[in-house]
Design a protein around this ligand. Structure first.
Ligand SMILES: [Zn+2]
Length: 280
């Protein structure tokens, strides 16, 4: 498995015959508003350009995976890019209908899709009311028989459901957001302490993204690397620069853990509200 990290949560993930573009935010720097809605010191987004390697990385993309429909995971240029190429999109039941209305060919990311065992792991994108307002989100366990297994945590804070999934599924690679994002009313992504817990609980490799690309993510790569070094976690924790390519070949078990059958999530009031706010 190869992960070409682009920017924020955008990446090209090569799993067996698939080259999946994850969460395309392709906007030019400064073309989106600040996400620090309730705090001072904001600046327009994204705060950095896409890396020079993006164009080459995007060649031969076979499909797109959207973890959740927020503007730092799917923006207008990302949407246009997918539409122009007519690429299939995989998303969960919460976002599928909304993405279809945007003219995309959407398949639900359910067990068996893409020739993989898949489990949707519900998560929380913040705590209390802020978490509720951020809408229903989830992570995805993706296990291809010929590749290391992958847990794309998606935007989340640390919850028992995330830790339970790690214990049970024992993913070889975990991709988790690390910017400690906040609008000014509490964190909506893992704190650095929570990332330490996550890394200590996991047995495999971790890749931390969602760093130094949007203005509400205040944790820097150097702060995060220093903390991981202090905790003795640098062997397994990767904090890539934009444009960096990481290869994961190691499988900890010969057969992957069986995913649990979960109910397909459906959009509700939360989704309607966040779609209004996101307005892609
Ligand atoms: Zn995000």
């Amino acid at each position: 498995m190869i992960i070409h990290h682009l920017r924020n949560a955008s990446a090209v993930v090569q799993i067996a015959e698939h080259r999946l573009l994850v969460d395309p935010m392709f906007s030019e720097p400064g073309s989106l508003p600040s996400f620090r809605f309730l705090a001072r010191g904001g600046q327009r987004n994204p705060i950095v350009p896409l890396p020079a390697t993006s164009e080459a990385a995007l060649e031969g993309v076979s499909g797109v995976l959207i973890t959740h429909e927020h503007p730092d995971h799917l923006d207008r240029p990302g949407l246009a890019w997918i539409r122009e190429r007519g690429l299939p999109v995989w998303a969960n039941g919460v976002d599928a209908a909304s993405l279809r209305r945007k003219g995309l060919e959407v398949h639900e990311l359910v067990d068996g899709a893409l020739g993989m065992r898949i489990e949707t792991i519900p998560s929380r994108h913040g705590r209390g009311l802020v978490g509720w307002l951020m809408g229903p989100v989830a992570g995805y366990y993706l296990a291809h028989p010929d590749e290391p297994s992958l847990y794309l945590v998606g935007d989340a804070v640390l919850t028992d459901a995330v830790l339970e999934a790690i214990d049970r599924l024992q993913p070889d690679v975990i991709v988790a957001p690390a910017g400690t994002a906040s609008f000014g009313l509490g964190e909506i992504l893992f704190s650095v302490d929570e990332l330490v817990t996550l890394a200590q609980r996991a047995k495999g490799a971790l890749l931390f993204n969602h760093l130094e690309a949007v203005d509400h993510c205040r944790t820097t790569r150097s702060q995060l690397r220093a903390r991981m070094a202090a905790e003795g976690l640098t062997q397994r924790v990767h904090v890539p620069e934009d444009g960096e390519v990481l290869r994961f070949d190691e499988r900890r078990t010969r057969t992957h853990a069986e995913p649990r059958v979960t109910a397909t999530p459906r959009p509700g009031l939360q989704k309607w509200l966040t779609a209004k706010m996101a307005g892609t």
